[in-house]
Design a protein around this ligand. Sequence first.
Ligand SMILES: [Zn+2]
Length: 673
Amino acid sequence: MNMAHQKVTASHLKRQAYCYVRQSTLKQVFENTESTKRQYALRERAIALGWPVVQIVTIDSDLGETATSVADRQGFQKLMTEVSLGRVGLVMGLEVSRLARNNADWARLLEICAITDTLILDEEGIYNPTDFNDRLLLNMKGTFSEVELHMLRSRLRGGILSKARRGELKTRLPTGFVYDHNDKVIIDPDKQIQQSIRLFFDIFQRTGAAFATVKAFATDDMKFPCRMHLGPDKGKVKWQRLTSGRALVILNNPRYAGAYYYGRQRSRKNVDGSTTYFQVPRDQWLVLIKDIHPGYITWEHYEENLRRMRQNAIAYNLIDRKTPPREGPCLLQGLAVCGKCGQRMTIRYKYQRKGRIEPAYLCQRNRIERWESSCQYIPGAGIDEAISKLLIESVTPLTLEVALEVQQELENRFNEADKLRKQQVQRAEYEANLARRRFMQVDPDNRLVADTLEAEWNEKLRHLQDANDYYEKHRQKESEKLKSAQKKEVLKLAKDFPRLWKNPRTPAREKKRMIRFLIEDVTMIRGEENITLHVRFKGGAKKTLTLPPPLKGWQYNATDPKIVQMVDELLTDHNYAEIATILDKRGYKSSQGNRFDRNVVKSITYKYKLKTRFARLRATGKLTADEVASLLGVTAQTVRKWGKEGTIKTYPYNDRNGCLYEHPGVNSPLMKK
Ligand SMILES: [Zn+2]
């Protein structure tokens, strides 16, 4: 106590004494009256050291919270603030290092205590952090505390995992299953629940879609059972409407196929102290044991359901990740990114006349999710052309098939080696677990045996660590090798890419496969003036293309201006049928790629507002049959007859014998007769 008195000065006593209470779970708060007593004793000591009762403050706002980072503990932060402001003369706590459950927090507290000359008190003594020896001791206490916590945790985790690996760890069961008195999983004995779930799987099998299943339940006004996991009705079954969200959860849950799983979800701590949960792919689940308890469907059936759901998602374009190439001419399917909102764009095919398919890129996320208007619509024909051109210009050496095969081969080899190495890790893990179990089972009083077993356990753990290191190192090295090998192959990609590309017999699907090999993605922005494409190649190269604005509907069938001009010229001396024959002979094709006929020529004439043949003839003073008739005092019929006989010169203006006549002038056919 003398030593203690030496450390406490008048300056300390003027400031406050903080008693920091920290208990990690609510259960501890209720049950651990013992530690409350000990904390009370600490207060007594502070009073004995000379602090007035009114100056002793208890901080216990962390009660009932478990946390290893300062971010989510207000009490500790308040303590830090008060200490750093120099208002605190003494910090008290049971096993002070537990004040801060991670070492960084603890080190910071010590540092600030040293700067502000704040003393620290626990059941074992009083420390002055400005004193080197005291600080060393406090630091060590912190380290030990962290080690202890770590050991506790890993033992706990190891225990949980090995139980899960045997499929014995009890997890929350989905509706339709219960634990019996032996903790075995059985199908819920409630016949109504059983029937509903069986019906659910039956309807899905029949319709093949979760949405259709939901609809079927809704139409017949059937409710679906749901076991409550929270709230006052915990454990009871409620009958609710089936939603598509819930249907998907059920279809995805392997327990309905009688399988046990563990570790399907992982979590990640964020900087702000919150936690993000995410699901990992099946090959990364920690445990999956098939056929461990009775199920509603077989494992094959389960897999089949997953496959069908996936197909549906692809069919409705719900998967916004890169999708594998499918039929259809749109080259950038799955690679197009909306330049306005950053979502993947989907594709619409519009069927034009004569079997032509017109692709378009569409950003419609908003529409699917919130029924708002879609964000961008970009006709795709011009885009595909521009991308083709860009590829032919920038990709020279390419033999695709070879490259693809080589890549596949490399991947296979990598996977096999990886599997072998992984097995080594698993064996080491198994042995370490075995050693641990042996150690745990031994009577702690039997020191000699316990020590040996502990040493053995440590040895095995070291082995496991080595195996793991080796595995990770190789995995990384190999995958890097794989990457560089891939790059080489892409570079080698045969010389005749342009030939392969231009070959009309190369199917669209193949072209899309090639594109995926070369292009990472294409961001599209449709502006007022033009369409901008930002192309990202594999390997990082970038290229920006600017395209003219999309054509208006009528422009799609636009005729080559050269042909329009020719028609214009030919109209002076020829009718539509003749012009069609002439153009055909010269080897021209219509905008639709067909042979010319008189209707096409006629439609060009009207569409481009060319002067018709009739107008041209009239302009040069040619007369109609009636005009000639009245001029000569005969009937129009006579004029037509003369025309047929060749007595008077005719100028046909259409293909239905419509014609104009030359002005008879002085050389009237009557005169000739
Ligand atoms: Zn968009």
